[in-house]
Design a protein around this ligand. Structure first.
Ligand code: F6R
Length: 612
């Protein structure tokens, strides 16, 4: 999610690290910082805000040294601030650490370290690492890091410098990417290739559970027991633009493929296999509070609104609290009914946290003193700052205008919220909660399975349908909410006219539009309403529509009624949307590609709609 660059060589490290960070700013841009070894001292400069702020600071307080590392950050723990920016330091300010990822057990580690007298200066999960390194350091930073890696849980790309071992930077990887770049009399470390492409095209890719030490003349990779690993050196053939997209032709495709990781990160540290606790950051709902609620309003725009619809179904199902879901541009001007503010909760959903209508709705309810919970991807955003409670989706920066990984992580945030509320209110017992949690934890793997099993097929399918003028999406219940998202994705990037309908509603008018050969995506993942959905499919089939069925693995019934079918991996009926959206995203992407559309920047649209 964040970008890291490190350099050891003979040149001045600051400009090299700054240039590298500038290439990675698309990965995160809410704060930035740097550590450079200068004549016996570890010098640190860091700041909230974009890289130009760091640049200004470095102009005022120049640092000069030939070993250095920096980060441009996308916050997941602790709002963007000078103190929360990386690097983080140990008590003696001799060890500097930069970290991408999430340390899941940081709270217990922090508590332990505080009891031992370590003082903390930030709200980040990362800060436990330099303090743990300090605790275990006995003159060998690699040895200390190995110990620490056995203690911390979660995902990380880590880079570490120690004042007393100035000739090296040490790194480690689990889940978050980390590479080493090979130069002559200089070496590099980075989270992503674009950062070092100007200096080298020879790279070593670290695998999970590997550590690396870079010095001027050497790059050594070891495992967590300190055994040396011989690594292949890859020649990079990408140009700078392809490298930014990790080799994918578009950010949208990259972001579709990032979804298993984004879902995993959003669940990380909040639930655990076999357990019943759901830790939603600092959000506390008491049973009394929830039982007293007359209504929950969920408000959002576009794709976030489609996630909100799923949230409504699930919160109502698990809590029996009435939920009203509304489009923000409508909600803010309709004077929503609030007699006693204590009786209402508002949930706003916004990837950017800056959408004008969502913010306007939030402020409207703020004026009425209603408690507001935000589900957002951007920690320091206006929505995050103005809400009472914030649940962060950890999708990382979404660059493509069409939302993909933000949507799936919003769904996951709603899954956890609905189950947690159901548990508190006493409608879900421990066994049910445990089963649901275990099913949630399977979602990253299943999402990967859906991509792997379907991408080639969908690419061919999308090409065949790309010349159509109209495509319909039908579904019921959760599948209706998904149909809306499928149609929006297709419209916005391929410019094919697409409509979504609640399948049972077709016969009240829209069926008149169905004629021979009109493609209809029939989404049928909901067992409770399956038979009704199949009758609706038969209604369109009888009008000679071409049916593309979207069902779950093992469902042969949908095959019988469809011209072709896509199957998604099996999960609990509540969670099918997060898997079933992936084929629809891929379909839209490949249809748009075939039509030569500007996939990442569709016409007339902007990523963040900050005006009304
Ligand atoms: C569609 C899309 C938009 C956004 C909407 C809300 O792919 O991205 O519909 O979902 O503009 O944006 P946020 O979530 O930033 O409030």
């Amino acid at each position: 999610m964040c970008g890291i660059v490190g350099y050891v060589g003979k040149q001045s490290a600051v400009p090299i690290v700054m240039k590298g960070l500038a290439k990675l700013e698309y990965r995160g841009y809410d704060s930035a910082g740097m550590a450079v070894w200068q004549k016996g001292d570890l010098k640190i400069e860091k700041t909230a805000g974009r890289l130009d702020r760091l640049e200004d600071k470095l102009k005022q307080n120049p640092i000069n040294g030939t070993v250095g590392m920096g980060q441009t950050r996308w916050a997941t723990h602790g709002r963007p601030s000078d103190a929360n920016a990386h690097p983080h330091l140990d008590s003696e300010e001799k060890i500097a650490v930069i970290h991408n990822g999430i340390i899941e057990n940081y709270m217990e580690l922090k508590e332990m370290l505080q009891k031992e007298g370590h003082e903390f200066h930030s709200q980040t999960d990362t800060e436990v690492i330099p303090h743990l390194l300090e605790k275990y350091y006995e003159g060998d930073i690699e040895k200390a890091l190995r110990k620490v890696l056995h203690i911390i849980e979660g995902s990380y790309a880590l880079v570490v410098m120690h004042e007393d071992e100035p000739e090296k930077i040490v790194g480690a990887r689990k889940d978050s990417p980390l590479i080493a770049g090979l130069g002559k009399g200089e070496n590099f470390i980075a989270s992503d290739i674009p950062a070092i492409l100007e200096y080298t095209r020879e790279i070593i890719v670290l695998n999970h559970g590997e550590m690396v030490t870079i010095t001027e003349d050497d790059v050594t990779v070891t495992d967590l027991e300190g055994r040396r690993i011989e690594k292949d050196v890859y020649p990079v053939t990408w140009n700078a633009e392809a490298a930014e997209k990790s080799g994918y032709p578009h950010f949208m495709l990259k972001e579709i493929h990032e979804q298993p990781r984004a879902i995993k990160d959003t669940l990380a540290g909040r639930i655990e296999k076999g357990k019943t606790d759901i830790v939603l950051d600092e959000i506390e709902f008491s049973a009394d509070y929830l039982k007293k609620l007359k209504k929950i309003y969920i408000v959002a725009c576009g794709t976030a609104f489609h996630a909100a619809m799923v949230g409504k179904y699930l919160i109502e199902h698990f809590t029996r609290i009435p939920v009203e879901v509304d489009i923000a541009s409508e909600f803010r001007y309709r004077d929503p009914i609030v007699d006693d503010p204590e009786d209402y909760l508002m949930i706003v959903v916004s990837q950017s946290g800056e959408t004008a209508d969502t913010l306007g709705s939030l402020r409207e309810m703020n004026r009425k003193d209603v408690r507001i919970m935000a589900i957002t991807n951007v920690i320091g955003s206006s929505v995050a700052r103005e809400a009472d409670d914030v649940l962060l989706t950890r999708a990382g920066p979404e660059i493509a205008v069409a939302s993909t990984k933000a949507y799936t992580t919003q769904l996951v945030a709603f899954y956890m919220t609905a189950i947690k509320m159901g548990q508190i209110i006493g409608r879900l017992d421990n066994n049910e909660t445990r089963d649901l949690i275990d099913a949630l934890l399977d979602l990253p793997l299943l999402a990967q399975k859906v991509i792997d099993a379907n991408e080639n097929k969908i690419e061919k399918m999308a090409k065949r349908y790309s010349s159509k003028d109209d495509i319909f999406f039908i579904g019921r219940h959760l599948d209706y909410a998904l149909a809306l998202e499928g149609a929006l994705k297709l419209k916005e990037i391929s410019y094919i006219h697409a409509e979504a309908y609640a399948a049972g509603e077709l016969k009240h008018g829209t069926l008149a539009l169905i004629e021979k050969g009109v493609p209809v995506f029939a989404i049928a993942t909901q067992p409770d309403i399956y038979a009704k959905m199949i009758s609706n499919v038969q209604e369109v089939k009888a009008r000679e529509a071409t049916i593309i069925g979207l069902g779950t693995e093992g469902d042969q019934e949908i095959d019988k009624h469809s011209d072709e079918t896509i199957h998604i991996a099996k999960t609990q009926k509540y969670f099918t949307t997060v898997l079933a959206v992936i084929p629809l995203q891929l379909f839209s992407y490949y249809a748009a590609l075939e039509r030569d559309c500007d996939v990442d920047k569709p016409r007339n649209l902007a990523k963040s709609v900050t005006v009304e």
